[in-house]
Design a protein around this ligand. Sequence first.
Ligand SMILES: [Zn+2]
Length: 209
Amino acid sequence: MNCDDARSAFLSGAASQPELDHLGSCSDCRNEWDALETSRQVLEDQSFWVEPSPTLEDRVVAMIGETPQPVAPPRPRRWLWTLGGGAAAALGAIAVWAGLPSTAPDWEVAIPGTSEAPDASGVVRGWNEWNGTRVVLDIEGLPPAPDGSLYEFWFSRDELHISAGTFAAPDSVELWVGVSKADFPRLWITLEPVDEDESPSGNNMMDSG
Ligand SMILES: [Zn+2]
């Protein structure tokens, strides 16, 4: 029994008698007891745990620049347990994990409403990935699309338009496009009738210019 194994078991809620005996008898572990107990309480708090998103592994790999490795299943404790061979590793993984949702965007662009939507305003945030761009829209003053129509988000360069997807109302919209803003710098939103025509309608509602 070494210190890391005992502390990991304790933090994961899986400590059995040998681990508990170690924690009680080892002077190093007793010195760390307050920190261990605080960490365990944080880990016990259900609101602390978020289901890892399907892209988490890729994002972690992109962050650390290593070859993808098979990553653990979604049960939070097993996830933690698998990542952490020791308490330090486990806590390090949690720190990385907790930091991911708030990772700063690579770019941010204002997207004002056109004369078609003069009350609309917003910001587009983007994360550059090796295979495209993740886009999050933060828009105010744009009503839900009328029945029979959808909003569509475009990345454009001159007359070349790449659709990043559609949405019915501008709440919590997160999109993906397979190109980069560096190559397609104009970002804009059209109102599209639901029909067989896949090109932009010309009903330009918001436009980064
Ligand atoms: Zn110890």
